[in-house]
Design a protein around this ligand. Structure first.
Ligand SMILES: *[C@@H]1O[C@H](CO)[C@@H](O)[C@H](O)[C@H]1NC(C)=O
Length: 522
């Protein structure tokens, strides 16, 4: 798998360098610039998506109307924050053009993405049915980009498989398959393959895979590779085999280091482990051995961070970025990029400390940790607020728990509680707390006491349509555990199922009880 991937990347990058003036310098890839998402920041906007996720590519592809009255409708659609605002457009005397109905459905599905309870009532709404019919009547003139997004959106809205408007969109996609650009096909594969499987749209899926396989040479974007691999690889042997070659690792030797770094960063983002992991990483270490310290300092940090995420980092690599002459600059720098690099350095330091007991140094000086965890000023999400309120209710006293706890590992805990051996709450700040920034307290924990960390996982913390945490968040979870906490995970998809205050409280109590029971069973 790894060898195939490497070959694939090599082909791809060769193609890319023929087309584009230069391959984007690795250090400037968008995903290295994304504002750091810490544990608690868990960005609510989906626009900060990893670009390897193809949704990002298509969302950016705007469909601009040319005439002013159309532009006005475009804006109303884009700005709508409630389904009602969109449905009202239907009878508001607006002049709706060919793509408008499709854009409205796309926006509706976006607004309802985390509100499954509304989807059923939407189906009953006459205006929604009217909208479906409108789009059905215009389907042949909807542009390619909106068409594939429309299909994904209708799937996401959970329309019944027998819905004839949905079938007509599927049919239109099949007719246009040859004319769609590769990125449209890849987008469908990434965003909708699972839906197609679940709904029995096997023919469409099969055709899609055949086209992806035949036209793989049209891949024009390095970011696509990893997303495609992760999503479509398991569905299509031919697509992967297409690129299989006899003696291939030899060729991998000639892959330029910056390209290998890109692959590594993409893997780390998704927390993706290639099948022939050992071979792949021995190649990586071999190539980085001589080249790492020659890379741009921020890229060195990115690469070592990626290796930490993937649990592959070696002592020499840790040393390369934790030596003072490399990191001083980032500790002082104030730009968002420097801040993001600094935060990664904290994570790397934490990996050294928590996951590599044999590591002898250097480390980041403790003094580097001025509280600049900007995550603390971020907007509070609904899940965050509800979690805090519910937990405060259970604790029955503000000193019995801590909320939004910044740790020296560069992560912020949603909440921390301390339980004695009888599972009664103790005030955590009365006791030694080595994880804090700076560490505090001196009174040792009573025997049998347990520290629990609550970690909230929002929709954007997961890979697309999966329940696997993205690399950054998997790393956070691992560190918090290694620091001696019992982790209480609060994923958005479980929380959304809970209706009453009572249910929420019972859920948290149950989770705590399970975390303790699992620990005792060890
Ligand atoms: C880095 O790790 C060392 C060793 O565990 C620790 O003493 C130091 O405080 C850490 N630095 C920061 C900035 O957290």
């Amino acid at each position: 798998m790894a060898a195939r991937l490497v070959k694939w990347c090599a082909c791809l990058l060769r193609e890319a360098s023929l087309v584009a003036p230069a391959v984007a310098p690795v250090g400037r890839l968008r995903f290295t610039q994304v504002t750091p998402r810490t544990l608690t920041s868990s960005a609510t906007s989906r626009s900060s998506h990893f670009p390897g996720s193809l949704s990002g590519l298509l969302e950016k592809e705007q469909v601009f109307a040319t005439r002013p009255e159309q532009q006005e409708v475009d804006q109303l659609i884009q700005k709508a924050t409630r389904p009602e605002e969109l449905l009202e457009l239907l009878n508001g005397g607006h002049c709706l053009q060919e793509n408008h109905a499709a854009l409205m459905l796309i926006q509706l599905s976006r607004l309802l993405s985390d509100k499954p309870e509304y989807k059923a009532s939407l189906m009953q709404d006459a205006r929604f049915q009217q909208l479906l019919q409108l789009v059905n009547g215009q389907i042949a003139s909807v542009w390619h980009g909106p068409l594939v997004r429309l299909l994904r959106s209708l799937y996401a809205l959970a329309l019944p498989a027998a819905c004839k408007e949905l079938q007509s969109v599927e049919q239109e996609v099949r007719w246009r398959m040859r004319r769609l650009r590769y990125k449209h096909l890849a987008f469908l594969a990434e965003s909708s393959a699972t839906y197609m499987q679940e709904r029995g749209s096997q023919e469409l899926l099969a055709e899609l895979l055949v086209h992806l396989e035949r036209r793989w040479a049209e891949i024009e974007d390095g970011r696509m590779v990893v997303a495609m691999m992760a999503k479509t690889g398991p569905l299509s042997e031919p697509l992967m085999n297409r690129l299989e070659d006899k003696h291939v690792l030899d060729r991998a030797q000639t892959i330029p280091v910056p390209h290998l770094c890109n692959v590594l960063l993409a893997f780390a983002h998704l927390n993706f482990h290639p099948e022939r992991e050992d071979q792949f990483f021995s190649l990586v270490h071999e190539k980085l051995g001589s080249a790492l310290t020659g890379l741009h300092p921020a890229l060195q940090v990115d690469v070592v961070w990626a290796l930490c995420v993937l649990q592959q980092v070696q002592e020499a690599e840790l040393q390369a970025v934790l030596r003072p002459d490399l990191h001083t600059h980032f500790l002082e720098g104030g730009s968002p990029k420097d801040q993001s690099t600094f935060q990664k350095l904290l994570h790397i330091n934490a990996s050294a400390q928590l996951e590599h007991p044999e590591y002898t140094g250097p480390h980041l000086p403790a003094s580097a940790l001025v509280p600049r965890l900007s995550a603390l000023d971020r907007k509070v999400t609904p899940l965050q607020k509800e979690l805090q309120d519910t937990l405060k209710g259970l604790l029955g006293g503000s000193s019995r728990g801590s909320f939004m706890v910044p740790t020296q590992y560069g992560w912020v805990l949603d909440a921390e509680v301390l339980l004695d051996s009888e599972s009664q709450f103790l005030p955590p700040r009365d006791f030694v707390a080595p994880h804090l920034a700076p560490p505090s307290g001196s009174q040792p924990l009573p025997p049998g006491a347990k520290r629990l960390a609550f970690l909230r996982w929002e929709f954007p913390n997961y890979g697309s349509r999966s329940r696997d945490l993205l690399g950054r968040f998997a790393l956070a979870r691992r560190h918090v555990q290694a620091a001696g906490f019992l982790v209480v995970d609060v994923p958005y998809y479980e929380w959304l199922e809970l209706r009453s205050e009572w249910q929420k409280g019972a859920y948290l109590k149950d989770k705590m009880r399970k975390a303790v029971a699992e620990e005792l069973a060890k």
